[in-house]
Design a protein around this ligand. Structure first.
Ligand SMILES: Cc1cc2nc3c(=O)[nH]c(=O)nc-3n(C[C@H](O)[C@H](O)[C@H](O)COP(=O)(O)O)c2cc1C
Length: 280
């Protein structure tokens, strides 16, 4: 996939696209990637399809489908997952892999969990009764300059900003933040989590380090995380964090695995998601 931490640093949401269709070769490569990327770390199966609005609908559907939030794109990655335990995390994990893969092909993307017509896209991929369609992303060539609307959205979501290390990463007693120095060789993995995209840029990831383990928690905003029936955007964010952490670990040759071992301590009532245990 190329240098993952560089891709993570480089990626940002693209909301204005050139009309130019994607090269056939890149499109095929993306399709192939989608069909191989079907299992999340919790074992849920996801499915992704490449949907071309230009083929399905009149021209104006291109903007209608995303309420005008996205300009110029007609190709979308649309995904579905069965409504099971940890389905949101698995979906987030797999979809973020798609996003990074598209980034490595020089394509722009933008996670969309709210500002798109879910029912239209559901029809296009024949969504089944027990499935949900958590999010989509357009893919295409970014325009040289961001559109005004894109700049306004980015500004209001504070998209460039990220929380500081001390607000996201903690040592076991939770009173002390985990500094970059103390994170040592694991610092780049945490930095990759910190730079990730999240719904409305709320960055709900919190990580507590114990010797040999990193515990992942979700600091969700109750009302926000339940905006869409059956879909929890901030649990999707947690899957994105897992994706970035794991890919960066692989890149640096740091072995470990995902385990569910809820620690005995309570982390200020936050939702426990998963832990990453270093292999010795
Ligand atoms: C799960 C999820 C859902 C999102 N939904 C939307 C959306 O509906 N509309 C939109 O314009 N951006 C959406 N975003 C993009 C975020 O606003 C964006 O990732 C964040 O502001 C950080 O900016 P960046 O991606 O440019 O780094 C979503 C992101 C995630 C992870």
């Amino acid at each position: 996939m190329g240098n993952v931490s560089e891709l993570i640093k480089y990626r940002s949401s693209t909301r204005s696209y050139m009309k130019k269709p994607i090269d056939e070769e890149k499109k095929n490569e993306m399709t192939e990637y989608l069909s191989s990327n079907v299992k999340g770390p919790f074992g849920n199966t996801v499915r992704f399809e490449l949907v071309d609005l230009a083929e399905m609908k009149p021209r104006d559907a291109r903007t209608l489908g995303t309420y005008g939030f996205i300009k110029g794109a007609s190709l979308f990655i649309v995904g579905a997952v069965k409504s099971e335990r940890k389905a949101m995390e698995d979906f987030g994990y797999c979809m973020e892999k798609n996003i990074l893969h598209a980034t490595s092909l020089g394509l722009g993307t933008c996670w969309l969990g709210g500002t798109f017509r879910r029912s239209n896209f559901a029809k296009m991929i024949n969504l089944m009764e027990n499935e949900v369609l958590p999010a989509i992303t357009p893919i295409g060539y970014p325009t040289k300059k961001r559109s005004l609307r894109d700049s306004v959205i980015r500004f209001s979501a504070g998209s460039k900003k990220r929380k500081k290390w001390q607000s996201l990463f903690f040592t076991k007693d939770m009173k002390k933040p985990l500094s970059r120095e103390n994170a040592g060789k694991y610092a780049p993995l945490l930095e990759s989590v910190r730079l990730g995209p999240s719904a409305s840029n709320r960055q709900p990831w919190r990580i507590v380090r114990e010797p040999g383990k990193f515990h992942f928690y979700c600091s969700s905003t109750k009302t926000y995380n339940k905006l869409f029936k059956g879909i929890r955007l901030q649990n999707i964010d947690m899957g994105i964090a897992m994706c970035h952490f794991e890919l960066s670990a692989d890149e640096l040759g740091l072995a470990g695995k995902w385990v569910e071992i809820k620690p005995k301590f309570d982390f200020r009532g936050k939702e426990y998601i998963v832990s990453w245990a270093e292999s010795i």
